[in-house]
Design a protein around this ligand. Structure first.
Ligand SMILES: Nc1ncnc2c1ncn2[C@@H]1O[C@H](COP(=O)(O)OP(=O)(O)OP(=O)(O)O)[C@@H](O)[C@H]1O
Ligand SMILES: [Mg+2]
Length: 249
């Protein structure tokens, strides 16, 4: 695999994985990379709706050096295997691509890009394939580190600790821990959690990616770029691999 691949997961669904993926992509674009964003299994979106990868492209203003791709799309807003079952029964589940298929897609994207970001569905152990492969398996197969996106609210310390521990147990390389949405008016709970999350990241060998400000989704693309700049320090440790220039580049 020639590009730097980073797998993005969350401590839960709706924690800001897509927002964080947009910021990671913006940071990689800002350093001159060609970037691909791949979503192996997009659920909860109809055939013509905008999935997470289109959201990333829109947030970044559709830059030239950004390529986006989806593996499978399933209408029901459920975990991928259940969404397939709901949409088309056992036959639809069996028709879902397996781990090797997704790894080949990632590898194909990696051939033409400097950075490939892979956004899972929901959290670390959500099954993406009929064989039960998860984003952890994709990270292992691609040799990629993991970016874990988390919440700052009450309950996050347990969810974050469990996610980082489960990833470590599976042998997934630590990447970065990022808070997906930091409130404009943080409470004492948020502030205390932030310190604890930093310590949890350090204890598990994850770079601290910081906290993305709330309100990014409605902000102009410059705001995403600013948030991406704040992620740059973490990226230095997470996406260190730069390809040697190819002939003609
Ligand atoms: N920093 C932020 N600023 C503004 N809105 C945010 C931020 N982070 C998340 N959101 C909003 O919260 C919701 C969930 O975020 P997002 O879609 O990124 O989560 P996700 O973890 O990717 O969810 P899924 O599991 O469905 O892929 C979205 O409506 C998004 O616009
Ligand atoms: Mg998402």
């Amino acid at each position: 695999m020639s590009a730097a691949v980073l797998c993005v997961t969350g401590t839960d669904t709706d924690v800001g994985k897509t927002m964080a993926t947009a910021c990671l992509a913006a940071a990689a674009l800002a350093r001159g990379d060609r970037v691909a964003v791949y979503k192996p299994a997009q659920t909860g979106v109809g055939p013509v709706g905008a999935g997470d990868v289109e959201t990333v492209a829109r947030l970044l203003g559709h830059p030239d050096r950004l390529t986006v791709a989806e593996g499978v799309r399933l209408g029901p807003a459920m975990a991928p295997v259940d969404a397939a079952l709901e949409a088309g029964g056992e036959a639809a589940v069996e028709a879902l691509p397996g781990l090797d298929w997704h790894l080949e897609r990632i590898e194909a994207l990696a051939l033409d890009q400097d950075t490939v970001l892979v956004e899972g569905a929901g959290g670390l152990l959500v099954e993406l394939t009929p064989g039960g492969a998860t984003i952890a398996d994709l990270a292992l197969g691609a040799g990629a580190p993991l970016a874990v996106i988390t919440r700052p609210d009450l309950g996050t310390l347990n969810h974050t600790g469990l996610t980082l521990e489960a990833a470590a147990r599976r042998g997934v390389r630590p990447g970065t821990l990022i808070v997906g949405s930091w409130p404009v008016e943080p409470t004492a709970v948020h502030r205390a959690n932030l310190g604890r999350l930093r310590a949890t990241a350090r204890d598990h060998g994850y770079a601290w990616g910081g906290a993305l400000p709330e309100g990014l989704s409605s902000a102009p693309e410059q705001a995403v770029s600013r948030a991406a700049t704040a992620l740059a320090a973490a990226l230095a440790g997470v996406l260190p691999v730069r390809l040697p220039p190819r002939p003609g580049r």
